[in-house]
Write a protein that binds this ligand. Structure first.
Ligand SMILES: Nc1ncnc2c1ncn2[C@@H]1O[C@H](COP(=O)(O)OP(=O)(O)O)[C@@H](O)[C@H]1O
Ligand SMILES: [Mg+2]
Length: 254
């Protein structure tokens, strides 16, 4: 069982909350910085946004010597190749991943699944039930919280607490925190989260414009890239390092 990868989904039924962003950042951080072989499975049909980002980034590298240099430098310093990505329909995910692992010989320690923002599409509940950990980004906004809590509560009750599935835990985490937001608001929401018996990560992710920066934007350094590690300063300031370390700690404890 030691070689069985840890399956992780950053998920929520809410769109635009950072599912794909954190999937990319955590995959890149764990793969390029910490050194764990990682695979990303993009089942967010029909956008396949992470796969599309990877293609954009590879095209940008093709055209730009500076990016080429960054990639070569990263490879020389870390010996890490870029993490592979497979793109598939939700209903075909299990077969596509099994075939990929069998054919490539790649043995990832972590597999991240990027899912559509709906649990109603065919195959999604099955993928969720095959995860080891679910991490649910949320922000202190009434509409987002209502939707997130109902999503997290249903999955927690039916998948995590049901011993028949592989799922070990579901954690919510705060993101897009504005500097001006007040502590009492978070305390109120956290009381509700606790009352529902849900868990919350300690790491708080701030709102930072750099989350929107891929490799494509020149001059401002690397933000959310699929081929390069997030810049050290950004990883620290935006709490990506803390998020990855907290997640690794949770996994180690199991
Ligand atoms: N903490 C953050 N601060 C600022 N922008 C963020 C943050 N997290 C995500 N974003 C931005 O929010 C947008 C939606 O994120 P995305 O990951 O595509 O959401 P989802 O996959 O949940 O639909 C993206 O433009 C992303 O860069
Ligand atoms: Mg997405």
């Amino acid at each position: 069982m030691k070689n069985t990868p840890v399956n992780i989904a950053v998920c929520n039924q809410k769109g635009g909350i950072g599912k794909s962003t954190f999937t990319v950042l955590l995959a890149s951080y764990l793969h390029y910085v910490v050194g764990y072989d990682t695979l990303v499975v993009d089942c967010d049909y029909p956008q396949w946004s992470i796969h599309a980002q990877r293609e954009r980034e590879l095209a940008a590298v093709e055209k730009n010597d500076f990016y080429k240099l960054l990639m070569v430098r990263q490879y020389k310093q870390t010996g890490r190749k870029i993490w592979p990505i497979v793109r598939c329909l939700p209903t075909e995910t299990a077969t596509v991943v099994a075939d990929y692992i069998e054919e490539s010989g790649y043995r990832p320690r972590f597999v991240f699944y990027d899912l559509p923002g709906t649990v109603n599409a065919e195959g999604i509940i099955k993928i969720l039930s095959e995860q080891d950990y679910l991490f649910v980004p949320t922000k202190a906004d009434k509409v987002v919280m209502e939707s997130t809590l109902s999503f997290a509560n249903i999955l927690h009750k039916h998948l995590v607490q049901n011993g028949a599935f592989r799922l070990k835990a579901l954690y919510l985490f705060w993101t897009m925190i504005d500097r001006r937001e007040r502590t009492p608001l978070f305390e109120q929401y956290e009381t509700v989260i606790r009352k529902l018996g849900l868990s919350l990560l300690q790491t708080h992710i701030p709102y930072r414009s750099k989350f929107n920066k891929e490799l494509l934007s020149t001059g401002e350094g690397v933000g959310r890239s699929t081929i390069l590690a997030p810049e050290k300063g950004f990883a620290r300031d935006a709490q990506i390092e803390a998020l990855a370390e907290e997640i690794l700690e949770i996994i180690k404890q199991q």
